[in-house]
Design a binder for this molecule. Structure first.
Ligand code: SF4
Length: 64
């Protein structure tokens, strides 16, 4: 499954993430050990991005 190198934008730390996906589904999120600042460390909010993505109440199109 593909692994995407991304940056967490939840806070100013901008930790490096490795996000594994299966189609549009997020399979796992872990810290990117190659990121020069966060060096593989992320907090629980970074891991919770998958929950935000899968939240059934998440808006996926404009309301108007
Ligand atoms: S993983 Fe946590 S500490 Fe890192 S940018 Fe995201 S919210 Fe901030």
């Amino acid at each position: 499954m593909p692994v995407h190198t991304r940056t967490c934008h939840i806070c100013e730390a901008n930790c490096g993430l490795l996000i594994e996906t299966d189609g549009r589904r997020v399979v796992s999120i872990r810290g990117d050990s190659d990121d020069p600042i966060s060096r593989g460390h992320i907090c629980p909010k970074g891991n919770a991005i998958a929950d935000l993505e899968a939240d059934p109440d998440r808006l996926t199109s404009p309301m108007k």
